[in-house]
Design a protein around this ligand. Structure first.
Ligand SMILES: CC(C)(COP(=O)(O)OP(=O)(O)OC[C@H]1O[C@@H](n2cnc3c(N)ncnc32)[C@H](O)[C@@H]1OP(=O)(O)O)[C@@H](O)C(=O)NCCC(=O)NCCS
Length: 285
């Protein structure tokens, strides 16, 4: 890390003892992460922190996926913003990443990333459904989804790699390990053609990633989540897909925020026969 910081600040690798203070920062900016969400991010990424007088005041992580990376959880404590620290932090986390990097920018972060060479690559819509939001709950899924079995693991990994073009085995294994539910879409011959992972996150559960061949199948995976978790607030980060977000709004979801998908270098090459309809999270993509 070659970045020169203003006097009084230190930039260093994130360690497990930092997680409590990282959580404090994201709470202060009203992000929904729990301690468990930070612990998971720490397991599957490399992170940096900025420290001032022994206190962590900035965080950022990079998730390495072969030749590609995603960066996220870039946050400066509100008392320390607009002093140039966010720029130092982002450059430092880029030093940990590969050359080709994706992220989801907030309105506050977008100018910073543009100035570092990131280009826009679509919109992420954050949709939420709280218990009681939808008149139509509970909703029966329409197709023949089934609960994932251990032997589906290779297919799930293969589909995720095809749909994203940017793949980390340890990331997907970690998501599967903490999942509350994993549904798969059986194809004609034994193989599966889609899946979704539901895991606890923030104030409820995230339905993501959702991977499949059609919007109809992706909506069905959402209906399964609604049906099985009627008392849980569900969050879906829709990956640049208006037809899918319109279908979720019709099911009772509401828009809770949005972000700009951006990349530096080359975007991953993906197989267009299968699509990632929702993100794991805005940091892990
Ligand atoms: C985005 C964030 C990390 C920037 O950190 P920072 O230390 O305040 O940023 P810096 O002082 O290094 O400024 C970097 C650039 O971002 C711009 N910027 C900073 N805060 C901004 C804001 N609130 N709105 C718009 N632009 C902003 C500045 O204009 C600056 O450009 P300049 O160097 O040409 O003047 C910080 O505002 C933050 O933590 N926000 C809340 C969490 C968030 O949105 N994170 C981004 C996730 S993708």
């Amino acid at each position: 890390m070659s970045t020169l910081l203003p006097e009084g600040y230190t930039l260093r690798a994130m360690g497990p003892l930092d997680l409590r203070q990282c959580l404090d920062i994201t709470r202060r900016i009203q992000w929904a992460h729990r301690g468990e969400d930070w612990a998971q991010a720490f397991r599957v990424t490399r992170g940096v922190v900025i420290q001032s007088q022994g206190r962590v005041i900035g965080t950022a992580v990079a998730c390495i996926k072969g030749m590609f990376s995603s960066i996220g959880l870039i946050a400066i404590d509100p008392d320390f913003q607009r002093r140039g620290l966010g720029r130092h932090l982002t450059k430092a986390v880029l030093d940990l990443a590969t050359q080709n990097v994706s992220l989801v920018a907030t309105a506050e972060g977008r100018g910073l990333y543009e100035s570092l060479g990131f280009k826009e690559n679509g919109t992420i819509l954050q949709l939420m459904l709280s218990p009681g939001d939808s008149a139509s709950r509970p909703v029966e899924p329409r197709s023949s989804l089934r609960v994932a079995r251990t032997e589906d693991s290779d297919d799930i990994h293969r589909l995720y790699r095809l749909a994203t073009g940017a793949y980390s085995q340890s990331l997907l294994d970690d998501l599967l390990a903490v999942a509350d539910a994993v549904w798969v879409v059986p194809g004609r011959d034994q193989e599966i053609t889609g899946f979704c992972i539901v895991r606890p996150f923030g104030r409820g559960a995230v339905v993501g990633p959702i991977v499949g061949q059609t919007v109809e199948v992706a909506v069905d995976l959402i209906r399964a989540s609604m049906h099985h978790f009627p008392q849980t607030t569900l969050r879906v980060d829709v990956n640049n897909n208006a037809a899918f977000s319109d279908a979720l709004l019709a099911l009772g979801f509401r828009t809770a925020g949005s972000g700009t998908r951006m990349f530096l270098g080359a975007p991953p090459l993906r197989d267009h026969a299968v699509c990632q309809f929702s993100l794991i999270s805005q940091a892990l993509l």
